[in-house]
Design a protein around this ligand. Structure first.
Ligand code: FAD
Length: 441
């Protein structure tokens, strides 16, 4: 029996297997392709990119760039192969679609401690295991995980955009709960009649991202995208998610014609999601249309709205920040990784693979699993998905997750890029300290 079994040879599983093997453990990596296909993958390669060939921004003053730099410093195999197979992509880390997964596959095959097994997991193996089967986990395995979670997993993802609070125009938005009930919990963006109808027109005619065949079911069965509601009638939104009743604007005392509500998304109140605005508009269209909402003209999006099939765990109820299943749910040495844990995106999935693989190896070696510091982007993501109150929606890396820095330094106002650079430097210092090699930033 291997020291560790990793199920799923995607971005997270490849990273997890590699990290565990590098820590000296023998690893079996199970991948069901090509024995059983998913609706999105096209090859037998590990770490195949199912859609875009970009791993996101590479600049250190972006959250995604910081996450990549942390992974590089932690000897990530995915980042190494991506860097070695990069293609020009502006500030992003674009990779050659064929060469990158081929390089990951060859590197995994060449590792003396990893044995590749091409089979579908339909049961949870005994012994230390990392499950990294992604958003398109096969049905048989989903059933087994559901027994552990005690609930139906989320099959279709309809997420609203998330916005940084510090980018809102606070002279326009106001804090209130409907009819003043309970604590004032929502930020409200008031609209006049004219603004409302212009917005509905813009929303109804904005361009949609294409839906692939396998996503059709979700579109009809899932909750309705905001643009679909808008197309049903000019006033439908005003009686739905944009209902203004009970929300007087404190500046006028009157009830606006319509209201867009923002709900706090993180414990610290740095991030807010737009209530009921799940959407499949193209990302550029989301920025264009949603920035016409009063108060959101300068909105800085932490995550755009997305709709596609997605299987992910309520990690906030199921997992420790080490990616191990909570002891009260199972005593098994079971870890989860990748998109299945409630993160969104190639790099984020890789990061959770790194944490799970490292900790599974530590456990197999008789050591305690470790939690990454929340001042790092990796640690902050793990913390967010495992502590989020209420319903967990898939989340990208973003600056709202790590501690903010003061807006002024020595009396001088810092620009946003300057603040981001400082946040990145602090995160990397914490990482270096965590790695036990002192600050070298
Ligand atoms: C349609 C679609 C488009 C997307 N587009 C983007 C994008 O453009 N950019 C982005 O950053 N993210 C995108 N994502 C999210 C993307 O899936 C993740 O970012 C990333 O691929 C997740 O990595 P992962 O390792 O968790 O899962 P995956 O990369 O999907 O890997 C999971 C692996 O597990 C295997 N597997 C599944 N079930 C079993 C089983 N029972 N036994 C053995 N093996 C199994 C699968 O074959 C697969 O190889 C998209 C997702 C979907 C579904």
């Amino acid at each position: 029996m291997p020291d560790i079994t990793v199920i799923g040879g995607g971005l997270a599983g490849s990273e997890a297997a590699w990290q565990a093997a590098e820590l000296g453990c023998s690893v079996e990596l199970w991948e069901m392709r090509p024995v059983k296909e998913t609706p999105a993958h096209r090859t037998e390669h590990f770490a195949e990119l199912v859609c875009s060939n970009s791993l996101g921004n590479n600049a250190l003053e972006t959250a995604s760039g910081l996450l990549k730099e942390e992974l590089r410093r932690l000897n990530s195999i995915i980042l190494r192969c991506a860097d070695e197979n990069s293609v020009p992509a502006g500030g992003a880390l674009g990779v050659a679609r064929e060469d990158f997964p081929r390089a990951v596959t060859e590197t995994i095959h060449e590792h003396p401690k990893i044995e590749v097994v091409r089979r579908e997991a339909t049961e949870l193996p005994d012994g230390p295991t990392v499950i990294a089967t992604g958003p398109l986990t096969s049905d048989a395995l989903v059933e087994k995980i559901e027994v552990l979670s005690g609930e139906t997993l989320y099959f279709y993802d309809a997420a609203s955009p998330i916005i940084h609070r510090d980018s809102l125009d606070e002279s326009v938005v106001y804090l209130a709960s409907r009819y003043g009930k309970g604590e004032a919990a929502y930020l409200n963006c008031p609209m006049t009649e004219e603004q409302y109808y212009t917005f509905v027109e813009d929303l109804s005619t904005a361009e949609l991202s294409p839906i692939k065949d396998f996503e059709e079911d979700m579109y009809f069965e899932g909750c309705l995208p905001v643009e679909t509601i808008a197309r049903r009638g000019r006033d439908t939104l005003r009686f739905g998610p944009m209902k203004p009743v009970g929300l007087p604007d404190p500046r006028t005392g009157g009830i606006p014609y319509a209201v867009v509500q923002l709900r706090q998304d993180d414990a610290e109140g740095r991030l807010f999601n737009i209530v009921g605005f799940q959407t499949r508009l193209k990302w550029g269209e989301q920025r264009r249309v949603f920035r016409t909402i009063p108060g959101l003209e300068g909105a800085d999006f932490a995550r755009m709205g997305v709709m596609h099939r997605n299987t992910y765990l309520p990690a906030n109820r199921m997992l420790e920040a080490t990616m191990r299943i909570r002891a009260d749910l199972s005593g098994a040495p079971l870890f989860f990784a990748g998109q299945l844990t409630g993160v969104e995106g190639y790099t984020e999935s890789t990061a959770m693979g790194h944490i799970a693989g490292t900790n599974a190896a530590r456990l197999a070696r008789g050591e305690e699993p470790i939690t990454m510091p929340t001042g790092t982007m990796m640690g902050a993501l793990a913390h967010y998905i495992t502590t989020k109150e209420g319903t967990l929606q898939p989340i990208n890396s973003n600056w709202g997750l790590v501690p903010a820095v003061p807006k002024k330094e020595n009396g001088k106002r810092l620009t946003k890029p300057e603040r981001r650079q400082r946040q990145a430097r602090l995160a990397l210092e914490e990482l270096e300290e965590f790695m036990g090699i002192g600050s070298a930033v």
